[in-house]
Design a protein around this ligand. Structure first.
Ligand SMILES: [Zn+2]
Ligand SMILES: [Zn+2]
Length: 314
């Protein structure tokens, strides 16, 4: 489904996809609409249409370029394997990539953001298939985990892992008091991971509904940013209420535009495949809409009462 930049998306057939060595063609099983897709459709993110939107998905390997491909962990991938993949691919040639800092690559291919061009039409996941370029971190996932839980692994999942890893560099997570801002899927994913890692979590939001949602996801307390320290809604009050000797707390830095490394995706996929029994990851994703209704799905995701993720299935 090609998004023209304004107006309705149109279905386009892409016959004869050519896969270069290392490329992988994946049949999309299910994709989810990220807030980034919503803002792109609204003109709030830089984009050069026409393009295929969407970067969060799970799918099944349907074809390989010459020589096959390997997972991010170096294992040979096979046809029919169920996988998730990184939302961007570093170029491997720019100064940042050569310096060993692919997260800062200035020429990365970003799925769901690439202007449609001959030979790389299937560049987003709001499509029946996606053309994964050589060098994309690909991670096999188990069959039994729900697709709706796995689809955001490369975005909110990997970014939450990266945020926790950065926080762990300043001290242990287990036993710490962590403040998580907001209650979108990225924040709730980080909240669940932090709780499972043994942290005490305070959710902070100006939105009462978001605070309730975070508490339902296992936050130990909730607070309103900027509330007076004597107010029961303040962070200070929440920390006192936790009756802890130490009031040290750290704020988890979440950035939906951040960069995740292959190991973050591997850890996120493993975490989601294992934790959906314990946390309501599946419940925050709406019943999927058919791919032909992708515009409706993006519009629905933009409404204030939207579920945290609207899903699309070919
Ligand atoms: Zn996303
Ligand atoms: Zn690069």
């Amino acid at each position: 489904m090609v998004w023209p930049g304004a107006g309705a998306s149109t279905a386009v057939a892409v016959p004869g996809v050519r896969l270069a060595p290392g490329d992988v063609l994946v049949r999309v099983e299910l994709s989810t609409v990220c807030p980034i897709d919503v803002r792109m459709a609204q003109g709030g993110e830089s984009a050069a249409p026409p393009l295929v939107l969407g970067h969060e998905a799970v799918g099944v390997i349907e074809a390989f370029g010459e020589g096959g491909a390997r997972s991010s962990a170096g294992k040979k991938l096979s046809l029919g394997q169920r996988v998730v993949w990184a939302r961007e691919v570093p170029c491997r040639h720019c100064a940042q990539c050569r310096r060993g800092d692919p997260g800062a690559c200035v020429a990365a291919v970003r799925y769901g953001h690439e202007r449609m061009r001959r030979g790389f039409e299937l560049s987003g996941v709001f499509a029946s298939h996606i053309h994964l370029r050589a060098g994309t971190a690909i991670v096999p996932v188990p069959r039994d985990a729900p697709a709706a839980v796995l689809a955001p692994a490369n975005c909110t999942g990997a970014l939450a892992i990266a945020a926790l890893e950065a926080t762990a560099e300043t001290g242990p997570i287990a036993g710490a008091i962590l403040v998580v801002d907001g209650a979108d899927l990225l924040a709730l994913t980080a909240l669940a991971m932090a709780k499972d890692a043994g942290a005490t979590v305070i959710a902070r939001s100006t939105d009462a509904e978001a605070r309730v949602r975070a508490l339902n996801w296992g936050a130990d307390a909730a607070a309103v940013p900027g509330a007076h320290p004597d107010s029961p809604l303040s962070l200070e009050w929440a920390i006192r209420g936790l009756a802890r000797r130490s009031a040290d707390h750290r704020v988890l830095a979440l950035d939906e535009h951040g960069h995740a490394l292959p190991r973050h995706l591997e850890l996120a996929a493993g975490y989601l495949a294992d934790s959906w029994h314990r946390h309501p990851f599946g419940a925050v994703v709406a019943e999927p809409l058919p791919l032909a209704q992708v515009d409706r799905a993006v519009a629905l995701a933009a409404t204030p009462d939207a579920p945290l993720r609207v899903a699309v299935t070919p």
